[in-house]
Design a protein around this ligand. Structure first.
Ligand code: BGP
Length: 474
């Protein structure tokens, strides 16, 4: 019988390039669509832009020293495409690739396994200007060229690549994760077309990852979806929601096909992607090896009448509890709703560690693949207290319960190989700027004032240090 975490379990945490690095226009980096999107969000909502972020570009050595102090054995970060190919394609920016060489070397010198993500929402802006970005199929070959370059560059250093971050979230919150011109925003078929282009792009990356003998794992934002009640209609609606929001992606990654019921529903609704000859064979030839799970919460669904109005997911932007801008609704298929059984974070995300255990068990039975957590965390209003510290016991409670759920899944026989929660340091939240914090390490700045971005260890830092030291006995 398996007892506790395996000896070589990977303990660490995660970040993404535009959310931590800053230096958005330094050393030859081209702008990414996130530089543009976050500038617009700054004007609209007052959130920080991506120009300084957590200043990790200049402080990565200090950050890695803190990771080492915590005992990290792994670190998930993303590589900024526009830092390496400022125009998205063509000439390599030597200073850009050097930054990642230095970062990876620093991690390895500290015995921390580098786990890079190829794409975390930050398409080079030049490609948006050139052909509209992900809406165009042209992006697939440019992404493939970028992926091939970095995968070969780091062929001796990287064992685990995570490919494209959170395609399902990109479909749901597309204008926040991709730059979509206003004229295209009413054409919802494009959401699934973008996703299809990403599936082709990610298959190309998997091909190169396998060529160099490394392992590929897509990082998907994953929420288990429960039925609101035990009415059979709600049960069926939750299956529909799981098909369209979860399995529709995982079946592509691990089985190489679109989930039948979800695909047929999209076709009938005029939302299905255009698939060209040979696409599905290519995708099926390059399936992935492990699943990088980004798990924050579970969701809930109920039956939805045929005549209902279609709605897409909305975000709580104000941070006021209960202010959900919208629940996704697909007429005749399902409607998302709040789960009355669960407590929520300040931003209405349900807190559900048992749901994580459910995810591991369900997916291991369905796909028999190893899994690692590449995101899991609690967004909160962290406030420095008069002693100059962050007492984030709420975050410790959250992680303690999710780590315990991971341990139970391992003991039930699921192959979980690592836990890299969100986030290593505080960073620019995709939806709420620096108001909403996730880090083990506090970054002293506000949305309006980047200050010096001083690093301050939170209480969770010291707690996680003990967790790692005891290999998960917290
Ligand atoms: C995931 C993203 C991350 C991250 C996190 C928290 O969807 O991969 O980039 O930001 O969610 O989301 P938010 O920052 O919107 O609270």
């Amino acid at each position: 019988k398996i007892k506790g975490f395996p000896k070589d379990f990977l303990w660490g945490a995660s970040t993404s390039a535009y959310q931590v690095e800053g230096a958005a226009q330094e050393d030859g980096k081209g702008l990414s669509q996130q530089d543009i999107i976050n500038q617009e969000r700054r004007e609209k909502f007052g959130h920080a832009d991506a120009s300084v972020a957590s200043d990790h570009y200049h402080k990565y050595k200090e950050d890695i020293a803190l990771f080492k102090e915590m005992g990290f054995t792994s670190y998930r970060f993303s590589i900024s495409w526009a830092r390496i190919f400022p125009k998205g394609t063509g000439e390599v920016n030597e200073a850009g690739i050097q930054f990642y060489r230095d970062l990876i070397k620093e991690l390895k010198d500290n015995d921390i396994e580098p786990i890079p993500t190829l794409y975390h929402y930050d398409l080079p802006w030049a490609l948006v200007e050139k052909y509209g970005g992900w809406v165009s199929r042209e992006v697939v070959k440019d992404f493939a060229a970028f992926a091939k370059y970095v995968i070969y560059e780091f062929k001796d250093d990287i064992k685990y690549w995570t490919t494209i971050n959170e395609q399902s979230i990109i479909v749901q919150y597309w204008t926040q994760k991709c730059y979509i011109p206003e004229s295209d925003q009413s054409n919802n078929q494009l959401r699934y077309q973008i996703n299809h282009h990403m599936n082709l792009a990610q298959a190309a990356a998997v091909k190169y990852i396998h060529e160099v003998g490394a392992l590929a794992g897509p990082a998907l934002g994953y929420s288990s979806i429960y039925p609101l009640s035990c009415k059979p209609e709600d049960m069926l609606a939750s299956l529909n929601a799981n098909d369209l929001r979860n399995y529709y992606y995982l079946d592509i990654y691990f089985k190489g096909h679109y989930t039948v019921a979800a695909h047929n529903y999209l076709e009938a609704a005029g939302l299905a992607p255009v698939i060209e000859e040979g696409d599905m064979e290519y995708i099926a030839a390059h399936t992935s090896d492990f699943f990088a799970i980004n798990y924050y919460s579970s969701d809930c669904a109920k039956a939805c009448p045929e005549g209902a109005e279609r709605r897409w997911s909305g975000y709580n932007l104000s941070g006021k509890k209960g202010d959900m801008s919208g629940f996704e609704t697909h007429p005749g298929f399902y409607q998302m709703c709040a789960n009355p059984e669960l407590d929520t974070t300040d931003w209405d995300w349900a807190i559900d560690p048992v749901g994580l255990e459910y995810v591991y068990r369900d997916l291991y039975t369905r796909y028999q693949i190893p899994m690692m957590i590449t995101e899991n965390g609690l967004g909160a209003y962290d406030e420095l207290t008069s002693d100059g510290k962050i007492h984030d016991e709420y975050r410790i409670d959250y992680w303690r319960d999710h780590i315990a759920a991971t341990k139970r899944a391992i003991e039930a026989g699921v192959e979980v190989i690592g836990f890299m929660p969100w986030s290593a340091v505080d960073l620019l939240s995709t939806s709420n700027g620096y108001k909403k914090r996730y880090g083990l390490i506090y970054i002293d700045r506000s949305d309006d004032d980047p200050k010096q971005c001083e690093r301050i260890r939170k209480d969770s830092f010291y707690w996680y240090q003990k967790v790692i030291k005891s290999n998960g006995e917290n």
